[in-house]
Design a protein around this ligand. Structure first.
Ligand SMILES: Nc1ncnc2c1ncn2[C@@H]1O[C@H](COP(=O)(O)OP(=O)(O)OP(=O)(O)O)[C@@H](O)[C@H]1O
Ligand SMILES: [Mg+2]
Length: 265
């Protein structure tokens, strides 16, 4: 047996640690300080929503957690290790525009990250079927994006983020392009998937109602340079219901976030 001292503590899968992160973009005219001294901890399985004024660095922070961009200073770890490049086994990403390849079918789009990694055809077809089933698109795998509604395309995009079963799912305004009804339905659908899979979710939105409705925790950022100005715990019971939207507890959480955003407008 190994002596205890030699055992490196392993962070549970899905934990996110952001420590003193800063980002400066060097442009030809001037340096843009996008993020300043951002620190946060996301525990495995939590649903965390990031809100803040346009340009405060939400997407930049998400790109860093996804390994799509490296921060100028500070550290980020996902499941206990840094993320120097995208790693779909650890982190799935869903963006605002469904960004599907129009010439591929829904299932081929979902399979795409697996094909890139050389997963066999049979294996990736099976995984894509599972992911499409999870997002409620069973039987739509052979359709092309132009044959799907906006909500369905966004479901395909979520399935693609989930196909490698990563413990972390990062979502940057995934429902922003959808109408209000579809958006509500997709929110409920996402909560169902989240509850069924136990993933850690970091979700960016401009809708304060959506933020409170979905979240365990809401993180509010200041205008550029982005810093964290508030961190709210949303202790409303789950499952969340439409009726909660008009309740006092819901209203006071939304007001608290709005007061920060209004100050910065
Ligand atoms: N590649 C880049 N080069 C220079 N500046 C950049 C670059 N990417 C982002 N920025 C700047 O960094 C700041 C943060 O941008 P970011 O896209 O992260 O904001 P955001 O909070 O996601 O905004 P929105 O709510 O509008 O999506 C902005 O001022 C933006 O102009
Ligand atoms: Mg953004």
């Amino acid at each position: 047996m190994q002596p205890l001292a030699n055992i490196t503590p392993i962070k549970p899968a899905g934990a996110i640690e952001v420590r003193n992160v800063g980002q400066i973009f060097k442009t030809t005219s001037q340096d843009v300080v996008a993020l300043e001294n951002v620190s946060l901890d996301v525990k495995p399985g939590r649903f965390v929503v990031l809100v803040g004024p346009s340009g405060c660095g939400k997407s930049t922070l998400l790109m860093m957690m996804a390994g799509l961009r490296q921060q100028t200073s500070g550290t980020i770890t996902i499941s206990g290790a840094p993320i120097p490049q995208p790693d779909p086994n650890r982190v799935g990403v869903v963006f605002q525009e469904a960004s599907l390849f129009p010439w591929l079918t829904a299932e081929e789009n979902v399979e795409f990250p697996l094909a890139l990694r050389g997963v066999s055809k049979a294996d990736r077809r099976a995984k894509a079927q599972d992911a499409l089933q999870l997002v409620g698109l069973d039987g739509f795998g052979k359709r092309h994006p132009h044959e799907l509604s906006g909500g369905m395309k966004q479901r395909v995009s979520i399935a693609r983020g989930l196909v490698q079963d990563p413990p972390v799912l990062l979502m940057d305004e995934p429902f922003a392009a959808l109408d209000e009804q579809t958006r509500m339905t997709m929110g409920d659908e996402l909560l169902r998937i989240w509850a069924a899979t136990g993933k850690t979710v970091v979700f960016v939105t401009h809708s304060l109602t959506e933020a409170v409705y979905l979240a365990d925790e809401v993180i509010v950022m200041s205008p550029r340079p982005g810093r964290i100005v508030d961190h709210l715990q949303v202790s409303l019971p789950r499952p969340r219901t439409y009726e909660m939207l008009s309740g006092d507890a819901f209203g006071s959480l939304r007001d608290r976030i709005w007061r920060h955003i209004r100050k910065s407008a």
